[in-house]
Structure formats: structure tokens, C-alpha cells
Write a protein that binds this ligand. Structure first.
Ligand SMILES: NC(=O)c1ccc[n+]([C@@H]2O[C@H](COP(=O)([O-])OP(=O)(O)OC[C@H]3O[C@@H](n4cnc5c(N)ncnc54)[C@H](O)[C@@H]3O)[C@@H](O)[C@H]2O)c1
Length: 274
């Protein structure tokens, strides 16, 4: 796809990977619709892009609410008349062993990390089909390819996002559609995701069961992400997939080895290694 002068919607665009994607697409001459639940950082990104000459609007959106995703699409069409690229990127995480994961931890995570992309596809695909052109990208994770410990809801959501996007891409090709799909599976990126609770409603947060194992895992993750890739380096990878019609976007391709090893183990000895 030639992106110049076209319109992109990026959810979770006010921070981290989403902000990196937003900046990159704006630099390519796209119009931007930035969606985020957090108004302050959203205003900052919109002001930054506007000052750089991008045609941009910010739409405060909770991607876990279908009506808000529908309103986001309405705002994008009202302002720009079309949506050519959707990046379903908003996401959060919470840690703990599956046995100590509260129902509210499951709901909060799946509502945002899995239902968010499902709503995005549901609402924006018909718009792109009607235009005869479009690209839907969703941010999954290496956790969508390999389910490590202490991240049950996140792993389930991200495996779901990979499955959603792979099915979508195959369905689109089978139908001869000009709309394409891709999935971003980042490794460690230095973002604010370790502070995911900042956007969690208090009543939901109160249902989280804090465990020693979960806390240790989160501390480890926090240290690992602090040394991770700069999120501004991820944007060009997503752009390349959109322009060149590529499905898989791996920021750390060597990490996919753990998924391959797991398949080898499945075929060879059928146990699950730690
Ligand atoms: N940082 C990493 O190492 C890493 C690795 C793999 C995958 N990811 C994925 O990348 C995506 C972006 O996360 P990030 O690391 O940039 O974190 P981040 O916290 O920096 O950015 C996430 C953005 O999503 C927004 N958001 C949260 N809940 C929302 C909701 N309900 N509706 C709309 N917006 C909401 C936040 O306000 C924030 O601006 C997520 O899907 C995450 O799971 C991150």
C-alpha cells in the first residue's frame, strides 16, 4: 500500500509502541487518528504531531467498549472520510500464577487485549472492504507464540490475537480482498506497560490478588523492558509490513526460537519444559 496522504487509526497511540507507530506513520505523510484511554498523554501526542504539520485528531477511547470503538470509527470518518490503516495496539498486562488469578484480572486483561482487537476488526473491516483497500495490524507479543509462566490472561489474550489476525489474513486472501492483515509480536520494548495499572479502574484493581511469584516476575519484567528496544524503532517495522504486505512482524526474530523449540518438544518427548 502507498500510505502517503492516507489515514491511520492507532489505538494506545499515546505511549510506548503505539506512539512510535503513530510518529512513524505521520512522518510518511499519513493523516493520524490517535486513540487512547489516557487524555493527558493523548493531548501531548496530538500537539506534537500537529506542530510537525500532520493532520491529526485525538479520540479518547476505551477499546474494551464496542460503542467507544464505533465512536472512534465515526470520528475518523467524520474528519478524514476514510480509514486505510488500523493498528489495534492498546494493551495492558498483569502478573501472577494462573491459580491465583482473579476473575477480574482475567476480565480486565481479555477485555482490553483480546476484545479490543476483535472490536477493532469488527468495526473497521467493513469500512476498508467498502473502500476496496486497507490494512489491519494488531499488536500481539512473543507471549502470543509461547506461553511462559505468571502471565496467564496476557498469554491467552495474545495467543488469541495471533489466531485472530492469522485467520483474518487467510480469510481475506481466500476472498480475494484487497484488505490485508498483519501481526506485531514484539520482544522486550522499553515502554510504560509495566505501569499498566495506571489505567485500571479502582474497583477492578481491588480484585487483583498480589502474590510473591507474580511480584517477582513483574520485577524481572520491569528490569528486562528497561533495557529493551526503543519503541520508536518499532514503528518502521510496522510501516514496512503495511507497505510490503507482510504478515509477521517480529522485533526480536531470534526469540521465536522458543516457540520452535516448544514444537520440537511436542513432537519428540511431549513434556513441557520450564
Ligand atoms: N513493551 C513490551 O515489551 C511489549 C512486548 C510485547 C507486546 N507489547 C504490546 O504492545 C502494546 C503496547 O504496549 P506498550 O508496551 O507500548 O505499553 P504502554 O503502556 O507504553 O502503552 C499502551 C497504551 O495503551 C493505552 N491503553 C491502555 N488501556 C487502554 C484501553 N482500555 N483503551 C485504549 N487505550 C488503552 C495506554 O494508555 C497506553 O497509552 C500492548 O498491546 C502490549 O501488550 C508490549
Amino acid at each position: 500500500m502507498d500510505v502517503q496522504g492516507k489515514t491511520a487509526v492507532v489505538t494506545g497511540g499515546a505511549s510506548g509502541i503505539g506512539r512510535g507507530i503513530t510518529r512513524c506513520l505521520a512522518q510518511q505523510g499519513m493523516n493520524l487518528v490517535v486513540a487512547d484511554i489516557e487524555q493527558g498523554p493523548l493531548d501531548d501526542v496530538v500537539a506534537e504531531l500537529d506542530a510537525a504539520g500532520t493532520a491529526v485528531i485525538g479520540v479518547q477511547t476505551d477499546v474494551s467498549q464496542l460503542t467507544e470503538v464505533e465512536a472512534l470509527a465515526g470520528a475518523a470518518i467524520d474528519r478524514f472520510g476514510a480509514v486505510h490503516v488500523l493498528c489495534n495496539n492498546a494493551g495492558i498486562g498483569v502478573s501472577g500464577p494462573v491459580g491465583a488469578t482473579s476473575i477480574e484480572d482475567w476480565r480486565w486483561t481479555l477485555d482490553i487485549d483480546l476484545w479490543g482487537p476483535i472490536y477493532g476488526v469488527h468495526v473497521f473491516l467493513p469500512i476498508m472492504e467498502a473502500q476496496g483497500e486497507g490494512h489491519i495490524n494488531s499488536t500481539a507479543s512473543m507471549a502470543g507464540l509461547y506461553a511462559g509462566p505468571s502471565l496467564g490472561p496476557y498469554n491467552v489474550a495474545k495467543h488469541g490475537v495471533v489466531a485472530l489476525m492469522a485467520t483474518l489474513e487467510r480469510d481475506l486472501r481466500l476472498a480475494g480482498s484487497n484488505v490485508r492483515a498483519s501481526v506485531l509480536c514484539p520482544g522486550p520494548i522499553n515502554t510504560n506497560i509495566v505501569h499498566s495499572q495506571r489505567n485500571r479502574p479502582a474497583a477492578s484493581a481491588a480484585q487483583h490478588v498480589e502474590t510473591e511469584t507474580g511480584r517477582k516476575f513483574w520485577d524481572l519484567l520491569t528490569r528486562s523492558l528497561a533495557e529493551g528496544m526503543d519503541p520508536d524503532d518499532v514503528g518502521p517495522m510496522v510501516l514496512e509490513a503495511i507497505v510490503d504486505d507482510r504478515f509477521w512482524i517480529l522485533t526480536h526474530p531470534s526469540m521465536a526460537r522458543i516457540a520452535v523449540d516448544q514444537i520440537d518438544q511436542m513432537l519428540e518427548d511431549r513434556t513441557l519444559s520450564r
